[in-house]
Design a protein around this ligand. Structure first.
Ligand code: SF4
Length: 266
């Protein structure tokens, strides 16, 4: 699919839940968030239907996000259902890896190709502060499990304040070098202010070459993270919602006053 700026749109990011088992300070308020009602969350069948139609239209890269996708009950079954769709050349997941050591083998067998893991520091104390109580040893165990399962290449998403020469960014980069992991630095973003930049070591934030659309956990197709434009697949049907999203994809991001990272999936 080409959008009205002649960009090839071949990447669909699918948020499968707004729930998470961490409370990262730059993503979630301390006391959590008002969660989507169960009926508002797309069923596996609905997600697979949207994905099939998206692949028929030219999407060949699928990323599963959240919240935290591994807290969605039956996630391995969903991965297996999506993994059976022909035409997907790159099938990945972004996870905080807290539960990954329990799922890695099954995810690989179900058809997942690779994972991106969120890790902003390798200091256990700081990790606990940033995530409001997370245990970094579980992330390290998740990384090992992903390696053993062959969910590679493993990319590390490291959120930075301003610059990838910050102390934590440097230690995460060294950790990645020593462990054959690929680091990407993501500057902290602000949807309402429209603060974002190109991901260092990735493609996110590069509006001129943007190739993505998103499906939120409650069934909205969003042409852009930094925009309020969205189309409801339950009301319009997947085909029309995708066509409208691609047809109305903005040239570049601006602000998003209605969405949150935990229900769009970054
Ligand atoms: S801000 Fe919008 S157009 Fe720019 S890279 Fe992100 S999703 Fe694409």
């Amino acid at each position: 699919m080409l959008d009205s700026y002649n960009r090839k749109i071949n990447y669909l990011r699918i948020s499968v839940t707004d729930r998470c088992n961490l409370r990262c300070v730059y993503c979630m308020p301390e006391n959590g968030v008002p969660l989507l009602k169960h009926d508002d969350i797309l069923s596996f069948h609905e997600i697979v239907t949207v994905t099939k139609i998206a692949v028929q239209k030219g999407i060949d890269k699928i990323r599963i996000t959240g919240g935290e996708p591994l807290v969605r009950k039956g996630i391995v079954d969903l991965i297996r259902m999506i993994g059976k769709i022909e035409g997907i050349s790159d099938f990945s997941m972004t996870t905080n890896a807290i539960l990954l050591d329990q799922f890695a083998e099954d995810l690989k067998k179900a058809g997942l190709h690779r994972v991106n893991i969120s890790l902003d520091t390798i200091d256990p104390e700081k990790f606990s502060q940033i995530t409001r109580g997370g245990d970094i040893q579980k992330v390290f165990a998740g990384i090992e499990a992903a390696k053993n399962a062959g969910l590679e290449p493993i990319k590390i998403n490291c959120v930075i304040k301003k610059d990838h020469h910050e102390p934590d960014a440097l230690t995460v980069a060294k950790f990645c070098d020593e462990n054959n992991l690929h680091v990407r630095f993501i500057q902290e973003m602000n949807l309402e202010k429209g603060d974002f930049s190109v991901v260092h070591g990735g493609t996110g934030g590069d509006c001129g070459n943007c190739n993505r659309i998103r499906l939120t956990a409650n069934g909205m197709i969003k042409p852009c993270l930094f925009s309020d434009i969205q189309y409801n697949v339950r009301e319009l049907g997947a085909e029309k919602a995708i066509d409208l999203a691609v047809g109305n994809k903005p040239q570049s991001g601006h602000v998003n006053l209605t969405g949150k990272f935990y229900n769009i999936g970054g």
